[in-house]
Write a new protein. Structure first.
Length: 170
């Protein structure tokens, strides 16, 4: 992990390939514990099926996704966000770090980075459990779709979007 910004006793920085096991742990535990609040346990298990550290390495190396990690005390990764182009592809917080502002801080940083790379809007395929969070951050629901999870079950996802503010320089 390199230099990062400090916010509320955690740092946010671009993930390295070495962060893949920690990202995997956060992703899986978040889906199984937090995701099961809005989906059945069977659906959450199907959503988490097939995840492994190699999945994130492929996303970074082969698909060009950028991952941001939030690390707490002792450098332990407790949340992450991922994006590609104008799409936020993931935002997950470890259940034991929920409510500390990590999701908000990661979302803000991801939006800034996407905008600096030319994005004018952010697209999200949000889970039911994330919908209210994104609405509170200015995202609007534009539809729903059924997503086939890695385990084969289909779950409802909410399509959301947000226009990024253009900075006016005088």
């Amino acid at each position: 992990m390199g230099d990062g910004e400090m916010s509320r006793k955690f740092t946010i920085q671009i993930a390295s390939l070495d962060d893949a096991p920690a990202i995997h742990h956060v992703h899986e535990s978040s889906i199984l514990e937090l995701g099961s609040r809005s989906y059945t346990l069977e659906e959450a298990r199907s959503w988490a099926a097939g995840l492994s550290p190699d999945f994130y390495i492929r996303c970074i190396k082969e698909e060009g996704e950028t991952f941001l990690v939030a690390a707490g005390e002792y450098g332990i990764v407790c949340a992450f966000a991922s994006y590609h182009g104008d799409e936020l592809t993931g935002l997950y917080v470890s259940p034991n770090s929920e409510g500390r502002g990590l999701g908000s801080a990661l979302l803000q940083r991801a939006e800034q980075e996407m905008q600096s790379r030319g994005a004018e809007r952010v697209q999200i395929k949000a889970s039911r459990s994330g919908r209210k969070f994104y609405e509170s951050k200015g995202y609007e629901r534009v539809g729903t779709h059924q997503w086939k999870t890695r385990g084969g079950l289909e779950i409802e996802m909410i399509d959301m979007t947000k226009a990024l503010r253009k900075e006016i320089h005088q």
